[in-house]
Write a protein that binds this ligand. Structure first.
Ligand code: FE2
Ligand code: FE2
Length: 306
């Protein structure tokens, strides 16, 4: 069921082979754990203020500093919970399907090895994110805060519910996981390269980012191999679903901001959110899709990112 000796994958072998061979020394799960009790300066924000879309809104800017720091700590929790969600609901389920050969082109033992390595990495990232969330919740008294399900997740579930064919459901999951794995790197880089936040938060995110940079290269190969092995109908479904997935991933999602504003009982939040909606209506989030666009060039979807 899981292990095969079928060499059906169409890969640039070096990429997958190198990745499989370097795993032991390369990945976060094989490094020493960060001590989250160390080096915390209460005056330094947990999360970059530049990533809060209404940071300069005059009403928000007028809030006092301790409340703003607490807001940024909650934003750090939401950011990590979103990462956990992508791993747990989008990437892991797809890896599990591929490991069981539910889609073609991935039965090569080297592919299976890398898939299992990615699963170990992702499970470790969930632990890393969970630990930093708990640490921030303790420091800032955020235990009652609950982040709502991300829009991208509700969209995936809505689409899955409308599909009865098992293979098409797997193709839909492949499309969503492709966008996640080939763009999470950029999502993490925003924080991993920010020098204004708690150093441990930056280092933690950078460890995750390094793993994801390898994952995006591996996924680029694995998804291309799978796509080439699909029949014409499957390829068409993948093209359609990845277009829609891209749309869902770049639609502004203010759910977590709304939940933090409500949890901290920030005055004037309805008006603040209304101003944010107006400012972002018809806008798309910009992400670095370099790896994804090279995949699109290969599968004839060059126009999907324009
Ligand atoms: Fe990850
Ligand atoms: Fe990943």
């Amino acid at each position: 069921m899981y292990s095969t000796t079928l060499h059906d994958a169409d890969l640039e072998r070096n990429v997958i082979e190198r990745m499989g061979a370097s795993w032991d020394t390369r990945v976060a799960v094989r490094q020493e754990r960060l001590d989250l009790t160390q080096y915390y300066d209460p005056a330094i924000p947990d999360f970059p203020a530049t990533m809060v879309p209404f940071w300069d809104d005059p009403e928000f800017a007028a809030l006092d500093q301790p409340l703003k720091l607490r807001f940024l700590a909650a934003a750090w929790v939401a950011y990590n919970e979103k990462a956990i969600y992508l791993e747990d609901e989008i990437v892991q389920p797809l890896c599990s399907l591929l490991l069981k050969n539910r889609l073609p082109g991935v039965a090569d033992p080297r592919v299976k090895q890398v898939l299992a390595q990615v699963q170990v990495d992702e499970q470790f990232h969930i632990l890393m994110c969970l630990d930093v969330c708990n640490s921030a919740r303790e420091r800032h008294g955020l235990f009652g805060y609950e982040m709502p399900e991300p829009l991208v997740g509700t969209q995936l579930k809505r689409k899955l519910a409308a599909i009865s064919d098992e293979r098409e459901a797997a193709i839909l999951r492949l499309a969503f996981a492709s966008v996640a794995e080939m763009s999470i790197n950029a999502y993490l880089n925003l924080v991993a390269s920010d020098m204004s936040i708690q150093p441990l938060n930056r280092i933690n995110t950078d460890m995750h980012r390094r793993d994801e940079s390898a994952h995006s290269m591996a996924f680029r190969q694995i998804v291309a191999s799978c796509f080439k092995a699909l029949d014409a109908q499957g390829q068409e479904q993948f093209r359609r679903h990845i277009r829609a997935a891209l749309d869902d991933f770049t639609t502004p999602d203010h759910g977590s901001w709304a939940s933090i504003l409500a949890f901290l009982d920030i005055p004037g939040r309805e008006a603040l959110l209304a101003r944010l909606d107006t400012a972002t209506r018809a806008k798309r989030l910009s992400r670095d899709y370099t790896v994804l666009s090279s995949l699109f060039a290969e599968i004839g979807l060059e126009d999907a990112l324009t």
